[in-house]
Design a protein around this ligand. Sequence first.
Ligand code: UT7
Length: 332
Amino acid sequence: MNRLTAAITAVGAYVPEYRLTNSILETMVDTNDEWITSRTGIKERRILKDPDKGTSYLAIEAAKDLIRKRNLDPAEIDLVILGTATPDLPVASTAVYVASEIGAVNAFAYDLQAACSNFLYGMSTAARYIESGRYKKVLLIGADKMSSIIDYTDRTTCIIFGDGAGAVLFEPSEEGLGLIDEYLRSDGTGRKFLQIEAGGSLMPPSEETVRNKKHYVFQDGKSVFKFAVSNMADVAAKIMERNSLSHEDVNWLVPHQANKRIIDATANRMGLDHSKVMMNIEKYGNTTSATLPLLLHDYEKQLNKRDNLVFAAFGGGFTWGSIYLKWAYNTK
Ligand code: UT7
């Protein structure tokens, strides 16, 4: 009997209406469109302006989009995993609230946190539940309201991040489609380069932490760039090598959207033509947990059954890795 594999069988997404363009940022901090475009590839990001809405709102809208498109009965969902670095609340998993709000009444749910690798690690986690044979429908969502943790007076971070959400459904495949191989890595010595210093158990919130802006994202961009550019390319090359994939065999690179220069370096290392590289960083910036499913959503119509997709991501922690997945359906 064939081994049960875990395939992506539906995609949904949501981004907020408001567009924070480079020209608007020019009025907020000392920056310019030319610098941002040449250093990152970003032109605009979406921002959830409503102060009463958190990450759950983005996640719910993305999940509803998937449910609508797929005509899915949410009561059939067994498990909801939400990758997020910006949960609604420090305690009380956002995924649990999302599951209830979308009508996944028979599901259990929890959050997963691996920064910008959330969705990649989440794919690995979701696939294991399916491959075990115990669960039939796992909804994986990546959602972040990055604007809630960004200091809009800090030009080194506020030009990069945006808000958004994407969702995929994992189901069993008996045709050998879906997740084929993964190579996931982490290195805790990297956490000093990309973090929020306060608000956790090491440095609980206080008047002083607020005054010193310790609740915002800090990034030593240059150091993170150095690690990201080599590690993302290494893992993608390794996945190709150990699955005997040539650049001709790979139909698509699905790279985390942190910086166009990192994506280009990864594609070059894989020997891939730019036409095979999914890219939408210019529209959304870095949406952390949502970059990979937003790419799948934007490129869904161009994907064919049995296409070979190589995912690659790098994020805070450090966390990084690559996944080889065979696409499971054609979109009419
Ligand atoms: O998704 C999680 C993983 N994160 C990443 O992969 C991000 C990795 N890092 C990066 O993408 C890049 O390091 C950044 C886009 C964050 C920065 O680009 P960079 O080419 O590494 O610039 P830099 O930090 O070396 O700064 C170069 C110069 C500096 O000025 P001096 O010291 O040379 O005079 C900065 O002060 O650019 C200056 N600068 C800016 N200038 C205009 C920094 N931010 C800005 C800005 N506008 N927004």
